[in-house]
Design a protein around this ligand. Structure first.
Ligand SMILES: Cc1cc2nc3c(=O)[nH]c(=O)nc-3n(C[C@H](O)[C@H](O)[C@H](O)COP(=O)(O)OP(=O)(O)OC[C@H]3O[C@@H](n4cnc5c(N)ncnc54)[C@H](O)[C@@H]3O)c2cc1C
Length: 541
């Protein structure tokens, strides 16, 4: 059998476990490549603990290269798949150059994304809990609120800073609210001007009870535990909208707060949406063997896929749920199925029954249902920790998490405010004579205004085929066609002398133009005048 190339998009639970199984079963018979936006694997169930400062963010992740021995790891973002040519386009490198990667078998494991667009203001102002950066940001945000509240002089501002809302009382909402409250409680002794009764933490759930995934008795116990730690639990209430200083509930009540954490609202991964595959509930439809219908060599699994668990699925519970527990089993089964298809053997349908669920409540308490047995309190919490420790991939990560847990049982939480330098939306960029600013086919990253020096543009008119050459000096600009929705550069710009430009990031430039209609009109008129009416027509490349 000729060596086959198997490409996996996504380095979460589903992608990583599929890659490991493939390596184990295929030996040297296949080249396996995993493409991921980050070079590490995130153990998402531990994100609330990172937000609560119980685990350092760098200790709850594992390098993909460490996890995936003898597998090519590519740090890149996939932007397109051509199923006919069997080619994937990725953006990689510091210049985010588009590069093509071919495959014989393709595995789609890109997960889902947070989508709060249904709730006005939530996308802009709510914090989410999906990526490592989210957990890190939430921890910093809580500490910053305490810092500012400790010295606040206006009572309304202090109250707003000390009011924390977590929206959604599924596993991640309950665990997040418990951990945030624990972080606050353990840190208050360092903030002499904040009294514990000034802290106002609320958990908001639209359903009539919390933790719907668990039996009602465990949900009730969890609610009582949270309330015992002065977390107010509001059920049958949703959040309608948010601003930078308040949230409006479905009851019409406006709560003044600087903190809204949304653990609700998932949406399809933007790449998944773009692929033109059959979708349902924002997921790729697959057959019981996880193969995409009509595509012999394309598979999907994990949160990105809708995997039927019976031959006549209709309801949500007839499909594999979006959990790590399932994603791991799906990954293993998919690895076996790809080997089967390459050997011409019959495929096996995915079948798995959940072994149970657990939720940590903070303060050494948890609830769990394992194989029908209900557990709560300290024992459930010990089980929760033991299970996740055994579930963590890689010995090094297990050790790091274990040491974090042990250490944080004895020492106070670290309340240092570690702010990553904010990425400026504008910056000065220096070029030497001859440096290429961008070339044809590159992703349009931003807009450039010349501050000093000079540049030349070479551009071929798509309609007439005519070659256009332009020169730019101080005060002039280039790269403005992103305003029309262009994703890729159509020309090449080079510095003709040592020069300096002011660079404005793509999305900021677009937002700015949208907010200032005069600016938008100016650029559209400019493009039409300099490059012709065709070039000024809004369209995607
Ligand atoms: C806070 C939280 C707590 C949770 N707790 C539990 C729990 O206790 N138990 C449980 O079973 N489950 C839990 N889950 C759910 C579980 O984590 C998910 O079901 C699981 O992570 C799904 O795995 P996945 O591989 O399908 O997707 P993901 O883990 O989301 O991985 C997808 C990967 O694909 C990458 N990617 C996406 N698009 C591209 C692209 N275009 N190019 C390159 N790479 C791309 C992403 O960067 C990511 O690394 C929790 C989830 C969250 C958010």
């Amino acid at each position: 059998m000729a060596k086959k190339k198997i490409v996996i998009i996504g380095g979460g639970f589903a992608g990583v476990f599929a890659a490991k199984e493939l390596r184990r079963k295929m030996g040297k018979d296949a080249d396996i490549e995993l493409i991921n936006k980050d070079n590490y694997f995130v153990f998402q169930p531990l994100l609330p603990e990172v937000a609560g400062g119980g685990i350092n963010s760098s200790d709850a992740i594992t390098s993909l290269r460490l996890l995936l021995k003898n597998i090519q790891v590519r740090l890149a973002e996939v932007i397109d798949v051509n199923f006919d040519e069997k080619v994937i386009t990725v953006l990689q490198g510091t210049k985010r150059m588009p590069v093509e990667v071919s495959y014989d078998q393709l595995v789609l494991a890109m997960g889902q994304t947070a989508d709060l667009s249904r709730f006005p203001g939530m996308t802009e102002h709510a914090l989410t809990m999906k990526y490592m950066g989210d957990a890190f940001t939430l921890r910093n945000h809580v500490i910053r609120c305490l810092e500012h509240a400790d010295v606040a002089q206006v009572p309304e501002i202090k109250k707003r800073l000390l009011t924390f809302l977590v929206v959604g009382a599924g596993f991640s909402g309950v665990e997040t609210v418990g951990e945030v409250k624990h972080l606050i409680d353990k840190s208050l002794k360092f903030f002499p001007n904040i009294s514990p009764d000034e802290i106002n933490v609320k958990l908001i759930e639209f359903a009539d009870r919390i933790l719907l995934e668990l039996p009602a008795s465990l949900g009730e116990y969890a609610q009582k535990q949270l309330e015992k730690h002065n977390i107010e639990v509001l059920t049958g209430v949703g959040v309608n909208s948010a601003t930078g200083t308040s949230a409006e509930l479905s009851t019409g009540e406006i709560i003044q707060t600087k903190t809204v954490v949304a653990t609700i609202g998932t949406g399809p991964n933007p790449l998944v949406e773009k692929l033109g595959l059959e979708m349902q509930w924002g997921k790729i439809k697959v057959d019981r063997c996880m193969r995409v219908p009509g595509k012999e060599d394309v598979w999907a699994l994990g949160d990105a896929a809708l995997i039927p668990l019976s031959d006549t699925p209709t309801e949500r519970h007839d499909f594999a749920p979006p959990t790590a527990q399932f994603a791991v089993r799906e990954g293993k089964q998919l690895g076996l199925n790809i080997r089967r298809v390459l050997n011409g053997w019959e495929l096996k349908e995915f079948a798995y029954v959940s072994q149970g669920s657990m939720a940590s409540l903070g303060a050494s308490k948890a609830v769990a249902e394992v194989n029908g047995i209900k557990l709560k309190g300290f024992m459930a919490w010990v089980l929760w920790r033991s299970f996740y420790l055994s579930f963590l991939p890689g010995f090094v990560t297990k050790m790091r998490v274990f040491l974090n847990w042990t250490l944080h049982s004895f020492v106070p939480r670290n309340i240092s405010l570690i702010e990553p330098p904010t990425k400026a939306a504008t910056k000065y960029v220096h070029f030497r004579k001859g440096d290429v600013v961008f070339d044809r086919g590159m992703i349009a990253d931003g807009f450039y205004t010349v501050i000093e020096g000079g540049f030349e543009l070479d551009f071929k008119d798509a309609e007439t085929g005519k070659h256009i050459h332009r020169e730019y000096g101080p005060g002039q600009h280039f790269g403005e066609r992103i305003i029309l929705g262009r994703d890729k550069r159509t020309g090449k710009v080079k510095a003709t002398e040592d020069s300096v430009c002011l660079w404005v990031a793509r999305d900021d430039f677009k937002r700015f133009a949208k907010g200032f209609p005069m600016l938008d009109e100016y650029f559209k008129g400019y493009i039409a005048e300099k490059f012709g009416e065709e070039a000024a027509r809004p369209k995607k490349d």
